[in-house]
Design a protein around this ligand. Structure first.
Ligand SMILES: [Zn+2]
Length: 105
């Protein structure tokens, strides 16, 4: 749509110049459409951000869990006199049951 000049006759057919007729209304509508598009883009960005942060928190949690599991396994290996040698394997199997690798993803 070609931009209407301020001094052009208003396209609504009133006979007035555009600037004295519908220009303010058209600009308000344009601004409203722009504001709505901006709000939608912002909402989408915030949704992406929220999902990203949720995923980050999940990954950090998984890291902590893996780190804690590894620490226990290391402890068992470092002190074989304190633990049944089978315990390390048993523990790893327990962890695998508690925290199965994510399907798909
Ligand atoms: Zn008009």
């Amino acid at each position: 749509m070609p931009k209407i000049g301020r001094n052009d006759p208003c396209p609504c057919g009133s006979g007035k110049k555009y600037k004295h007729c519908c220009r303010a209304k058209d600009e308000a509508a344009e601004h409203a459409a722009f504001a709505a598009a901006r709000a939608a883009a912002l909402a989408q960005h915030q949704e992406h951000q929220a999902r990203f942060e949720e995923r980050q928190a999940q990954l950090e949690h998984e890291d902590e869990l893996a780190h804690a599991s590894n620490a226990v396994v290391d402890l068992v290996h470092a002190h074989p006199e304190l633990y049944d040698p089978e315990f390390g394997t048993t523990f790893q199997q327990l962890i695998a049951k508690l925290d199965p690798p994510a399907a798909g993803d």
